[in-house]
Design a protein around this ligand. Structure first.
Ligand code: URA
Length: 245
């Protein structure tokens, strides 16, 4: 292992204790069919969102009143990074720092996320886009409810359509379960490559969880390696397709 990688792993708190992924087989599972969540927002709004361009979408998020969270938030948090990124990172919802600054993952969890990205050679803003399922902060960081998810998900869906990422990394139970429309435990969602609207999706722990449970950083490292390997396979496949006659 080269020194820079060791240094990156140390920054993540994984070196020298990380274990290489062994028994976990990468398999492809289809996401459960949609429909489990209550669709409460006006259908016409949802239709309009589905055809917005990037600027209109950003504007719609900042003016959004589709759920009650707009009453308590400081601002909508649209996302950050390269709108043509190959990597899309999806978290849960803005916290207090994000609500104040208008950017996802800028607090302590964000610093760990940056270290996780660095561990696989990625950097916020460079071929990476970071967004949340919810664009508005739930008061006191409570769990988002089904109505809020149903109201907000069309924004993320449109972001995915416009970004066209090659891979989605879902951070934590909430993001994974919302995107895959399942209530399967995160422990069972990890270690596989799922499909979100035809895009490979890998699940890992939320950085805030890892701050509270540092022993699970080794498992997060396994997930990051799976994501990195999946992306490498996608690149190799694209290269083969472009060079075949
Ligand atoms: N947690 C999240 O899920 N998203 C953020 O933007 C910040 C903390």
């Amino acid at each position: 292992m080269s020194l820079p990688r060791a240094e990156r792993l140390r920054a993540l708190g994984l070196w020298p204790t990380w274990r290489k992924r062994g028994a976990m087989a990468a398999s492809v599972t289809a996401g459960a069919p949609p429909g489990g969540q209550e669709r409460v927002a006006a259908a016409s709004d949802t239709t309009a969102i589905a055809s917005m361009d990037w600027d209109a979408l950003r504007e719609a998020v900042s003016n959004c009143t589709r759920c009650d969270l707009h009453r308590t938030r400081t601002q909508g948090v649209f996302g950050v990074g390269d709108p043509h990124a190959e990597w899309l990172i999806v978290g849960e919802a803005p916290g207090a720092d994000e609500d104040r600054l208008g950017e996802p993952f800028v607090g302590q969890a964000g610093r760990l996320l940056d270290a996780m990205l660095a561990a696989i050679g990625l950097k916020r803003g460079e071929n990476v886009y970071i967004a949340n399922v919810l664009k508005s902060r739930p008061p006191r960081n409570r769990d988002p409810n089904a109505q809020e998810v149903a109201a907000c998900l069309p924004y993320l869906e449109r972001q995915v359509e416009l970004i066209q990422p090659k891979l989605v990394l879902a951070l934590g139970r909430f993001a994974a379960q919302s995107l895959l429309v399942t209530d399967t435990a995160i422990s069972r969602l990890r270690g596989q490559v799922h499909s979100y609207r035809g895009i490979p999706l890998v699940v890992t722990y939320h950085p805030a969880y890892l701050l509270r449970n540092p022993a699970d950083k080794a498992r997060a490292w396994e997930d990051l390696l799976l994501a990195q390997e999946t992306m490498a396979r996608l690149g190799a496949r694209a290269l083969a397709a472009s060079s075949s006659p």
